[in-house]
Design a protein around this ligand. Structure first.
Ligand code: GLC
Length: 474
C-alpha cells in the first residue's frame, strides 16, 4: 500500500504504519478491512476478524491519506452481509443489523466473507453500534472521496433505509433514546450498560445526522427526512435535558422529591437521591460537567463514559458550551481519566457486590481492568477530535505525548489496567490495530485539523429551533 503521502515522520510513526499495513485483510487482491489484532503470542479467538467498530479508526486514517479503495470495499462488503442469515436458535434477526465482525474464508471455489452478528461472540452480544458506525463511515467516505454515486446507488439507499427502519421502529418505549441489550457496543460484555446507554445514543444521533445527508431526494427521502428530523430534535432535547450532569444539576438531584406523579413532575424519572454514589460528591468539579452514562426509571448511571461523551462533543449532540464543560472536566480530572495512558473507558470502576451484580462476576472485568475502568489507547483519537472541535488542542497534545512514551515499547496493547492505567492490561492483546490506528489518527487530526469534518457535525439549526419550540410548550 502507498503511504508516501504520510505527513508525519519519525521511527515510531513509520513503525506504526508498517504494523497497520500488516493488519490489512484482502479478498483476492482487494483490501476489505483490517483485523482486530496481530498478536502472534496468543490464540487469535476472533481477533483475526475485521470488526466494524474497530475498522472505523483505520478507515478514517486511510481516508485522510486519500486511500479510498479499502473503505469503499469495506462498505460494499458489509452492506452485502446485511442481508445474510443472522440466525440463532432458528430466530432470524432483522434487516438492518450489521455484523460485529467478519472473516475471509478461502475454499477451493474461491474466497468469501463470513459474518458474525453476535451469534458466535462471547456472551452472544448484539452489535447494535455496527449499523450506526457503518452510516457514519459512509458519510466520511463520501466527504473524503466525493464519491456520492456510491451512496446514491439503489442498494446503498436501501441499506440506509433498512437501518433507519430498524432504529426508528415503533417499540415498547416512551423515550426517544434507543433501547438496547447489555454489551451492545464497544463494551461488549455485561457491564450494566443495557437500557439507554450514552454511547449508543451519541452514535445514534451521529448516524441520523449522517443519514439525512446521504438520503437521495425522491427515494423515500422525503418521508424519512421528516421522521429523522423529528427524532433528532427529540433525542437531543432528551439528552441535553436529562443526561447532563454538573454541580448545579447534582445539587438538584440531591434535593429531589421522589414519587411525583403527572406532567408537572420535576423528578421525571423518579431518581432517588440516595442512589447518588459517594464518589461523585467530590469528583464533580466546580466548573465542568458531563453526560450521565444511562437513564431509566429510578435509574441514573453516574459513571463517566468516555466514548459517549466525546462523540457527543464531536457530533454536536451537546451544545458548544456543554462541549467546553466536558473538556473542562477532563482537564480537571486528568489523572483519573488520562493518567498514564489516554484514556479511561469509564470512570470509576464498579467493585465488590456491585461488580458481582453488574458484570455477573466477570473475571476479565474486575475493577480497573478492561471495560471496567481500563485505559484504552484507541480513545485517544476521540479525545483529539473533541479537542480540535473545541479549540483545546493542547489537551490532545499532552495526551499524545504521554502515549508516545509507552505505546510502541509496550507493543501497542489493546488496553491498560490500574486506577491510572500504568500496567499493560492483564489479558490485553498486543499489536491491537485500533490502538495503532488511534495513535496515528490522533496525531493526524492535530496536524491537519481540517480532516475533523469527516467525523464531526456542527450544531444543527433545525434542532435548535425544535428545542426552542419544545421549551415554549413545556
Ligand atoms: C473486544 C472489545 C470490542 C472490540 C473487540 C475487537 O471484544 O470489547 O469493543 O471490538 O475486542 O477488538
Amino acid at each position: 500500500m502507498e503511504t508516501s503521502s504520510k505527513t508525519q515522520v519519525g521511527p515510531q510513526v513509520d513503525a506504526a504504519w508498517q504494523l497497520l499495513e500488516r493488519s490489512v485483510v484482502y479478498v483476492g487482491d482487494r483490501p476489505v478491512g483490517t483485523v482486530a489484532a496481530c498478536d502472534p503470542t496468543v490464540e487469535a479467538l476472533n481477533y483475526d476478524q475485521c470488526f466494524v467498530r474497530d475498522f472505523v479508526s483505520s478507515a478514517l486514517l486511510f481516508l485522510i491519506k486519500g486511500e479510498y479503495d479499502m473503505v469503499r470495499n469495506f462498505l460494499i462488503e458489509t452492506l452485502a452481509l446485511q442481508s445474510s442469515d443472522k440466525q440463532m436458535d432458528w430466530f432470524n434477526a432483522g434487516l438492518g443489523v450489521m455484523p460485529a465482525s467478519f472473516k475471509v474464508v478461502s475454499e477451493s471455489d474461491g474466497q468469501y466473507l463470513v459474518a458474525d452478528f453476535g451469534e458466535h461472540a462471547i456472551g452472544r452480544v448484539t452489535p447494535v453500534d455496527s449499523c450506526l458506525w457503518w452510516m457514519i463511515l459512509l458519510r466520511a467516505y463520501v466527504k473524503a472521496s466525493g464519491d456520492w454515486e456510491l451512496a446514491h446507488q439503489p442498494d446503498f439507499q436501501q441499506g440506509i433505509v433498512w437501518i433507519l427502519k430498524l432504529c426508528l421502529a415503533d417499540r415498547f418505549d416512551m423515550y426517544p433514546t434507543m433501547l438496547v441489550p447489555d454489551g451492545a457496543f464497544m463494551i461488549d460484555r455485561r457491564m450494566g450498560v443495557d437500557g439507554h446507554p450514552l454511547e449508543i445514543q451519541a452514535l445514534f444521533y451521529a448516524a441520523l445526522r449522517a443519514a439525512r445527508e446521504l438520503l437521495l431526494p425522491g427515494f423515500k427521502r422525503d418521508i424519512y427526512y421528516h421522521i429523522v428530523n423529528q427524532r433528532l430534535g427529540s433525542l437531543s432535547y432528551h439528552i441535553r435535558q436529562y443526561y447532563w450532569l454538573d454541580l448545579k444539576r447534582l445539587n438538584n438531584i440531591y434535593r429531589y422529591r421522589a414519587e411525583e406523579f403527572g406532567i408537572s413532575a420535576v423528578n421525571k424519572f423518579n431518581i432517588y437521591p440516595d442512589s447518588i454514589p459517594d464518589w461523585i460528591h467530590d469528583w464533580m468539579p466546580e466548573r465542568g460537567g458531563f453526560l450521565a452514562g444511562n437513564l431509566g426509571p429510578a435509574r441514573m448511571d453516574f459513571r463517566f463514559f468516555t466514548l459517549g461523551n466525546l462523540m457527543a462533543v464531536i457530533s454536536s449532540l451537546v451544545s458548544d458550551d456543554e462541549a467546553q464543560l466536558i473538556m473542562d472536566l477532563i482537564e480537571q480530572r486528568w489523572q483519573d481519566l488520562v493518567g498514564y495512558m489516554p484514556m479511561k473507558i469509564c470512570y470509576p470502576a464498579v467493585a465488590d457486590l456491585e461488580w458481582k451484580i453488574l458484570t455477573g462476576c466477570d473475571p476479565k472485568n474486575v475493577p480497573w481492568s478492561y471495560h471496567n475502568g481500563g485505559n484504552w489507547p484507541v480513545l485517544m483519537w476521540f479525545l483529539a477530535a473533541a479537542a480540535v472541535k473545541t479549540g483545546r488542542v493542547d489537551m490532545a497534545q499532552r495526551a499524545i505525548a504521554i502515549a508516545e512514551k509507552r505505546l510502541s515499547e509496550d507493543e501497542w496493547p489493546e488496553y491498560y489496567d490500574g486506577r491510572h492505567g500504568r500496567l499493560v492490561g492483564k489479558a490485553s492483546r498486543k499489536y491491537q490495530t485500533w490502538t495503532i490506528a488511534g495513535f496515528l489518527l490522533a496525531k493526524e487530526l492535530i496536524a491537519h485539523p481540517e480532516h475533523l469534518n469527516l467525523i464531526s457535525f456542527n450544531e444543527d439549526p433545525d434542532v435548535l429551533d425544535w428545542m426552542l419550540k419544545v421549551q415554549d410548550i413545556s
